[in-house]
Design a protein around this ligand. Sequence first.
Ligand code: SAM
Length: 312
Amino acid sequence: MGHLHQHAAAAADRYTPRPMPRRRPRATSIPPAPRPLRGLAAKADRHDLYQRAVQNFESEADFVQDTFRALRKRPARIIREDFCGTFGVACEWARRHKDNVAAGLDIDPEPVAWGRKRNLSALSPAQQARVHPVMGNVLNPPRLANLAPRGFDAVLAMNFSYWCFKQRDVMLRYYRQVHKSLARDGVFFLDACGGADCIRICKENRPIGRRNSRGFYTYIWDHAAYDPISGDITCKIHFRMRDGSTIRDAFTYDWRFWSLPEIGEILADAGFRKSTIYWEGDDGKGGGNGDFTPAARGDCVDSFICYIVAEK
Ligand SMILES: C[S@@+](CC[C@H](N)C(=O)[O-])C[C@H]1O[C@@H](n2cnc3c(N)ncnc32)[C@H](O)[C@@H]1O
């Protein structure tokens, strides 16, 4: 999800030595959810909890805006947010400049409807007119020539959503579609995570909000399964509310774990002239500082987040 949850996780976990797990992972410590949900969990809105825990629309839009300008010496104006869910980045994009236009593309009407109600409605009418949530499959995206006659300046695939494509040829097909959708000098922005924690059964608990405040809850990122033969990973998000009630499996992701060189090779095969890893700087305390810069080499850490910037 940029999985700012991951960015934060990376910040907290980097350089922290962890013992290797035994052969069999221990059973999860989260008790099975009572059905139906009870207490505060029954009243909570999982998209709202997700957005507050995971997403930082501003920093993602900042990265796209600043990096595009640095590479192309012009501002990016027309973007497409793939796997957009509640299309918060698209809304943020339209909010920050009167000439900015954003399409959001998702296959599932449910998060898109939520995004209309909660994210789009928070914008002014003029801003709303420049946001276009579209239902569709990123493998066969609508042309949207009326929005982007010369193609999109940038296409975004954030929070590792594209890891739902498990076969190399399907991933290649997706990257080719993005390449085709971009303007001549368009840029494709992706994020990725990595490090030993990605192929380990482990959980990260992160408190959200001020302890004892009404809005307080715990976000739980659960690396629930990894198959070393297929490379498949299952990741889940649970929420524990301040009264102890839990939304277990609020979100479940069935992904393949892709390494950075694999992604780079497929991007090249799809026709991208150049792809660059933007690696997070060090905060001096063993964590990341939120500042991502081009890098040829990374650090061997337990957990990292990076951006991949692919130029057409
Ligand atoms: C992990 S969520 C990401 C939401 C949001 N981009 C974020 O950063 O948090 C993945 C989204 O991808 C959508 N999705 C999955 N496969 C898709 C496909 N082939 N085409 C378009 N959207 C897809 C799902 O419906 C879901 O909303």
